[in-house]
Design a binder for this molecule. Structure first.
Ligand code: PGA
Length: 246
């Protein structure tokens, strides 16, 4: 089954207003490409979203890197789904391992965030992945993390990103065979939850994707795109990754 391909940039806590030049060069690249390019989503820090959205054309969509589960209230420092929607944001990353680790986000908390995103018509990029010490029980860990997903998920409201924690920012990745097999087993887990719709949901790989390995990773039958951290901050590298998507 043909699924939508996505190349998603996770800028993490990087970028300033001047980084609009990076957006512009990606945009220029997309315009020059044939129509079969993947969907490109940029997730900069909250502070840049408004201006970037105003200054960009429709080739690029924008996502936030997190969202609070309540719509409003006494939650100092937090940003809600209606606030993101008001800015013109279309996507939100939920469950990134850095937030699971540093903000101690739980399975239940992530479920609430996903529900809030859905209620406000935001599409969710949901990250799952095992830590190095969890490799042997990977399947169990991924199954547990997938418990945050409500039954109403579909290819229209969710993108899954498999990101082994030990591969993020380390230059290491699982082997190509491993990546493809893990993606297949994730799809089986989702199938058990929602049935046939699982075959339509895009499952991306993330963790040390770069301009050199992207071609091979994106060529795998069960990989429907990439979530890119470090390499998304360099225009040449990111455009090369976009071009590697089939
Ligand atoms: P990386 O990060 O590409 O720098 O490994 C990926 C991510 O954290 O989403």
């Amino acid at each position: 089954m043909k699924r939508t391909n996505y190349i998603i940039a996770n800028w993490k806590m990087n970028g300033f207003e001047k980084s609009i030049s990076l957006i512009k060069s990606i945009q220029k690249h997309l315009v020059s490409k044939a129509s079969n390019s993947p969907k490109v989503i940029i997730c900069p820090p909250f502070t840049l979203l408004s201006n970037f959205i105003k200054k960009s054309k429709k080739q690029i969509k924008f996502g936030a890197q997190d969202v609070h589960h309540e719509d409003s209230g006494a939650f100092t420092g937090s940003i809600s789904a209606p606030m993101l929607k008001e800015l013109g944001v279309d996507y939100v990353i939920i469950g990134h391992s850095e937030r699971r680790q540093y903000q101690k986000e739980s399975i239940l908390e992530l479920e609430k965030k996903i529900n809030s995103a859905f209620s406000n018509k935001l599409r969710v990029i949901f990250c799952i992945g095992e830590k190095l010490e969890e490799i042997k029980k990977r399947s169990l860990i991924l199954k547990k993390q997938l418990r945050s997903l409500p039954k109403k998920i579909s290819s229209k409201n969710i993108i899954i990103a498999y990101e082994p924690v030990w591969a993020i920012g380390t230059g290491q990745t699982p082997t190509l065979n491993e990546i493809n097999d893990i993606h297949k087993s994730i799809r089986k887990m989702i199938y058990k939850k929602i049935g046939k719709e699982a075959f339509k949901i895009s499952i991306l790989y993330g963790g040390s994707v770069n301009s050199i390995n992207a071609n091979l990773i994106l060529d795998l039958s069960d990989v429907d795109g990439a979530l890119v951290g470090g390499a998304s901050l360099k225009s040449k590298d990111f455009c090369k990754i976009i071009d590697s998507s089939h």
